[in-house]
Design a protein around this ligand. Structure first.
Ligand code: NAG
Ligand code: NAG
Length: 239
């Protein structure tokens, strides 16, 4: 009797894990040649942010000053893109969460007055891509803002960030080795390249569209080449 029950439960769990999501989710236009709307592109961008753990932070080296570290003087004014840890912890705004280490070049440049942008790109987990140029990528232009301790608690930032980066806890604010802060990239502009221009939207996504994407839209969106297997956790909104 107990064994039968256990088998039934195991079967149910297996069925839930293997929900045939392709038939449920219909975010991508049916007609493969219809160019996605700006809003559909915003939803894809928000899903890419939601699934990404790393992004490239681009900043500009300031003019050299004698108080700064030694670096080649001719890099002043040039852009440097460095990959860093990010997380999607503030759904209401879509502002990415970044753990800023004061010692890292990107944050030193910002402290010295540089602007900053974050670029992300979508790589299907299957790795089976006919043409990488057909895949979405985009850049978020904005500025870094400190997340106060109260806000970090309110939005459960440490726990959210740990879901994306279990190894980052040792560098959380208050650690003994690095001076670090919770920050958010306040998104002001979104430049989107959905893929080839004959079948993807390429251009600026209004920030209002970026912000008003719903959790359900992010959950239900299927990115190109994404093998969507929504787990029951995601289905019930736990992730
Ligand atoms: C940063 O970007 C703003 C436009 O958003 C511009 O006015 C400002 O000059 C830029 N700052 C630097 C240091 O380039
Ligand atoms: C999101 O914002 C855009 C632009 O303001 C608007 O056209 C659209 O109706 C909004 N969608 C929702 C779900 O609020």
């Amino acid at each position: 009797m107990r064994i039968t029950l256990a088998l039934a439960v195991a079967g149910l769990i297996r069925a839930l894990l293997a929900l045939p999501s392709q038939t449920i989710f219909q975010n991508i236009p049916d007609d493969a040649y219809r160019i996605p709307t700006v809003h559909e592109s915003a939803v894809m961008a928000r899903r890419i942010l939601h699934l990404s753990t790393l992004g490239t932070l681009s900043t500009i080296f300031p003019a050299s000053t004698s108080t700064q570290e030694i670096r080649p003087s001719d890099v002043s004014g040039t852009a440097i893109g460095l990959v860093d840890y990010i997380a999607d912890c503030e759904h209401a705004t879509g502002n990415p969460t970044i753990l800023a280490l004061d010692i890292a070049t990107s944050f030193k440049n910002v402290a010295a007055g540089s602007n900053i942008s974050l670029s992300l790109n979508w790589v299907p987990p299957s790795g089976q891509v006919r043409s990488p140029a057909s895949l979405p990528r985009f850049s978020l232009q904005g500025y870094l803002e400190d997340v106060s301790a109260a806000e970090a608690a309110e939005h459960a930032i440490p726990a959210c960030f740990a879901k994306y980066h279990p190894d980052a806890r040792a560098r959380y604010p208050g650690n003994r080795i690095h001076s670090s802060r919770w920050t958010r990239l306040v998104v002001q502009e979104v430049y989107w390249i959905g893929g080839f221009g004959d079948r993807a939207f390429i251009g600026w996504i209004p920030v209002r569209e970026w912000r008003n994407v719903t959790r359900e839209e992010v959950r239900d969106c299927v990115l190109p080449g994404e093998e969507k297997r929504t787990t029951w956790m995601e289905w019930f909104g736990f992730r």
